[in-house]
Write a protein that binds this ligand. Sequence first.
Ligand code: MMA
Ligand code: CA
Length: 207
Amino acid sequence: METVILHKLYDNGTSERNQLQTSYNNLKTEQSQLQTSYNNLKTEQSQLQTRYNNLVEEKEQLQKRFDNLTTNSDNLQRKLQAYQQNWAAFNGSLFQVSSEKKSWQQSRQDCLQKGADLMIINSRGEQNFVNQLKMRLWIGLTDSETEGTWKWVDGTRMTTSYWNSGEPNGGRNENCGEIKTYDSEKSWNDESCSNEKFWICEKRVSP
Ligand code: MMA
Ligand code: CA
């Protein structure tokens, strides 16, 4: 009788232990699967990070290319417009000679309306450039503010001058500058501002 009970107790103990062993083995397996999943996710995460970094870099390069193309297209647009409106490029500026005659003030207004101003001569190159047009032309030079103090339309004092001999001679009656004796390098004349003449506008190209 006792042996039977002992046998039963023993059997129960064995099967409980077997169950625990099985549970333990299952958990072990699950743990190792989780570890593998975790490792795979880690690898994937680092690959995604690399791809993300590459895409950010690519995006920056594309943005730069886009900005450059926009600038190029704006410049071409401006050049084309200038070309269609008969502007001539010289030394970093665009020049346009009028096809009608106006007073110095009205001439200046026309230039200002076009985003330009009367021509300012600040190099010998520009002086020769305007002379070879062989026209009498208003330029952006005046002493209307202070008699005898010649200033350019951008407000700067005239320093280098190309007055024809004897000029300026008009005193208070002639306060505006023109290109007159264009066959000589010294071609400037002071003239009465209300006289109607052709004129030359100058538009600075970008900065
Ligand atoms: C004109 C007029 C003047 C200029 C003299 C030069 C007669 O007046 O253009 O501004 O100084 O010619 O002879
Ligand atoms: Ca004069």
